[in-house]
Write a protein of this length. Structure first.
Length: 393
């Protein structure tokens, strides 16, 4: 709705207001007349009609008239001459404007285009909700103050925005893969949205290796979505999942994309996809090629020096060199302020302590992870692990 409406208003703030007005209108009209068969089309039409009212009020109707021509009876505008195949993807590229700081581009796009809640975006960036809310507000104000137009970038401008667009889609899927809050471990709607955007991006830029890497990462990771929880919704570790139920077609498609993505050297998405593919193609957890996983993490950390990558690498270290070696790596990460509220740091430490038989220390770490976890499936898993620890003698 927002993507379609902003094409009319050419102003993000006005488009947001029009969309909100459409929801308010729907509350009254649907209570009175019943819910329409095609709710999406009804709401989009209401938002656009509201946008037309705003343009008329502001005496801009004549100048905007050419933008309003669309085919009769369609729910969404057809792709324009810019070659970008979908309104949502257009708006992603438009919000990733180089005049904004990279973090602001990504955060604004996740919030406005992808519908990710501000607390969840803050979680993805490892910052507080207040910090993220301020960052998004500043980005919107800069768009207005600098007079940055809503304009689909030309084909020549797409490459400079590509990394931000890739990051948006990746973080959107990350939020879907493990929901930061709520009762369910995953969010199927966001996962599907991210996969759709990744496929459209590959259709738009088929020769970009990192686009192939991103789609491969999402496909291979999503292939095991159905096995990440049991019938009661309880979280299952990778080693406990039924690999026979994984989507082999998605894994095969992802594998071919990984090979193409790594030709000539791997970027951060291609390398992550290669790691995910090793997990997906291993006959069992024990038979995973952990030395190769560690080698890929070394390359990924050199390409993308992220504390989260370093934490994931520590898990691979534990499988190759043992838990003690991994704990040494974790000790360095515990001083990194960016991971201060990251629940997977104490959870990983707890698992390593558990494997070493240091149960009291494991219990302390599990409790620390519990204090940081807001997803109910993760909390139940951590509580179960904590309850399983026997008192040290």
């Amino acid at each position: 709705m927002l993507a379609a409406t902003v094409r009319v208003t050419r102003d993000l703030d006005v488009a947001e207001e029009c969309v909100q007005d459409a929801y308010v209108t729907a509350l009254g009209a649907w209570s009175r007349d019943g819910v329409p068969r095609n709710t999406g089309a009804w709401l989009t039409t209401a938002a656009r009609n509201r946008a037309l009212d705003v343009l008329r009020r502001d005496k801009l109707f004549r100048t905007k008239m050419p933008l309003l021509v669309e085919r009769e009876g369609t729910d969404a505008e057809p792709a324009g001459g810019d070659g970008i195949p979908d309104d949502r993807l257009r708006l992603v590229f438009t919000c990733c404007h180089p005049a904004l700081a990279r973090s602001a581009q990504v955060a604004l796009t996740l919030r406005l285009v992808c519908g990710v809640a501000t607390p969840d975006i803050a979680n993805a960036f490892l910052v507080s909700e207040a910090t993220m809310a301020a960052r998004i507000t500043r980005a919107k104000k800069k768009i207005t103050a600098a007079g940055i137009p809503y304009r689909v970038p030309s084909p020549a401008e797409l490459p400079e925005r590509l990394d931000a667009v890739l990051t948006v889609i990746h973080l959107l899927y990350t939020t879907a893969h493990t929901a930061p809050t709520g009762e369910s471990l995953t969010r199927a709607d966001l996962a599907t949205r991210a996969l759709d955007l990744a496929r459209m991006l590959l259709a738009l830029m088929p020769d970009e290796r990192e686009v192939k890497g991103l789609l491969a990462l999402l496909l291979v990771t999503d292939a095991r979505r159905a096995t990440r929880v049991d019938a009661e919704g309880r979280l299952l570790r990778l080693e406990d999942q039924d690999r026979s139920l994984w989507d082999r077609a998605a894994i095969e498609e992802g594998h071919h994309l990984v090979v193409a993505a790594l030709r000539g050297g791997g970027g951060r998405f291609g390398l992550q996809a290669a790691i995910a593919a090793l997990h997906a193609t291993a006959p069992s957890y024990a038979e995973t090629d952990w030395p190769q996983v560690l080698t890929l993490y070394d390359a990924l950390l050199a390409t993308w020096p992220s504390p989260v990558v370093a934490l994931n690498r520590a898990i691979a270290v534990s499988m190759v060199r043992g838990p003690e070696a991994a704990l040494a790596d974790l000790a360095a990460l515990e001083g990194d302020e960016r991971l201060a509220g990251y629940r997977y740091l104490p959870a990983t430490k707890a698992d390593l302590m558990r494997r070493l038989g240091r149960q009291e220390e494991a219990a302390v770490a599990y409790k620390a992870a519990l204090e940081l976890a807001d997803n109910e499936a993760e909390r139940e898993f951590l509580e179960t692990r904590l309850a399983e620890l026997r008192p040290a003698r």
